[in-house]
Design a protein around this ligand. Structure first.
Ligand SMILES: Cc1ncc(COP(=O)(O)O)c(C=O)c1O
Length: 370
């Protein structure tokens, strides 16, 4: 049976396998040192150089990165945090974990990112942070966002779980706000199995984050603030480091594959993901939008061994848990996107034959349905 093509999958070689074996042999699997073990420090240094920022703090997931970031800003019960609802549920659950309330804002129909024109009307005296999500790897214009929030001095935490390697106006995602959070989950552009990392240029936030990921312990070994064990193990850090050295190559392949798919569907009147002049996309997801028949297109491609995916069929505020909260949102663009978007495989593990098979199949599906 031929292998099914998935929307995203981890891509690794002997380098990752051999390094994991070396670490297993050494027995040094993790370190409770405030600054982490050898491979945690190596990965953090490499990431600060890649992003051109001062500090990186590796943690055990993207969700932990968001939660730790909120804690470092002192977000707590009674506070509000502005977020898009059209995102993965972790964007809001990290807020809930602090005791604060997520305030959901609609998205712009042009790029599925939080609608900057709606931010002001969602800010109150309780707003303690804003979390823009660089969805599908499309950068939010954080400079424009900070112009809106600066009067109220509201910190910005980028949810860059999907945007490692993307940039806007020459600056990489993860360095645009006060704090940037990345995920290293297996479906992301690079992976360490599970993992996340926070980046910042703010020394005080960095010092808080070092303690937050390690039980709130200071250098003398006393818990001086709330913290947990959010540490990244050494094997994961070593995998992340090797994967980071391949990121530019992975992105090149993703971008080539995206162009191939765009050519296959050029003849149809459907929305394809556009790269603006001032942005560079890592092409984490190639997401198109169909005004009708999305599920038919999915099952057509499924029959040809191609997995496609809907991110996100249910917006966060409509998830059962969030429905139990005081929740009277009207988010029309979010509703439309949820009913129309479909992500097509373009990942860096696809061969030339694979990507052409995906393109032809999508073209055939559209010809038979549109
Ligand atoms: C937008 C977004 N935010 C947060 C997360 C959470 O990251 P993780 O799965 O590493 O906890 C993810 C990833 O799954 C995500 O896509």
């Amino acid at each position: 049976m031929t292998k099914k093509i998935s929307v995203n999958e981890p891509v690794f070689d002997d380098n990752e396998v051999n390094t994991a074996q070396t670490i297993l042999d050494s027995g040094l699997l993790s370190s409770s040192n405030m600054y982490g073990g050898k491979y945690v420090k190596l990965f953090e240094k490499q990431l600060t150089e890649f992003l051109n920022c001062k500090y990186a703090i590796a943690v055990n997931s993207g969700t932990s990165a968001l939660y730790a970031s909120l804690l470092s800003l002192g977000v707590t019960t009674g506070d509000e945090v502005v977020v898009p609802s059209f995102s993965f549920t972790a964007t809001a659950s990290a807020v809930i974990a602090t005791g604060a309330t997520p305030i959901f804002v609609d998205i712009s129909s042009s790029n599925y990112n939080i609608d900057l024109s709606l931010i002001k009307s969602h800010i109150s005296s309780k707003t303690k942070a804003i979390i823009p999500v660089h969805l599908y790897g499309h950068p939010v214009d954080v400079v424009q966002l900070s112009e809106i929030t600066s009067a109220n001095n509201i910190p910005i935490i980028e949810d860059g779980a999907q945007s490692l390697g993307s940039s806007i106006n020459g600056k990489k995602c993860g360095t645009l706000g006060n704090l940037g959070c990345t995920s290293l989950y297996p479906t992301k552009v690079i992976t360490s199995g599970e993992g996340g990392v926070i980046t910042t240029n703010d020394e005080e936030l960095y010092n808080q984050l070092l303690m937050i990921r390690n039980h709130g312990l200071d250098k003398s070994g006393h818990t001086i603030r709330f913290g947990l064990n959010l540490r990244m193990p050494e094997i994961e850090a070593a995998l992340a480091s090797i994967q980071l050295s391949k990121l530019d190559d992975f992105i090149k392949i993703r971008r080539t594959n995206s162009n191939i798919i765009s050519e296959y569907i050029d003849e149809f009147d459907i929305n394809i993901p556009i790269e603006n002049d001032n942005s560079f996309l890592n092409r984490y997801l190639y997401t198109v939008s169909f005004t009708h028949s999305r599920d038919e297109i999915m099952s057509f491609m499924e029959k040809q061994g191609i997995n496609t995916a809907v991110y996100y069929r249910t917006p966060i505020h409509k998830m059962p848990f969030y429905q139990t909260l005081n929740n009277e949102y009207e988010l029309p663009n979010t509703d439309i996107a949820s009913s129309q978007v479909l992500s097509i495989p373009i990942h860096s593990g696809l061969s030339n034959d694979d990507i052409n098979h995906v393109g032809r199949s999508l073209n055939d599906a559209l010809k038979s349905i549109y």
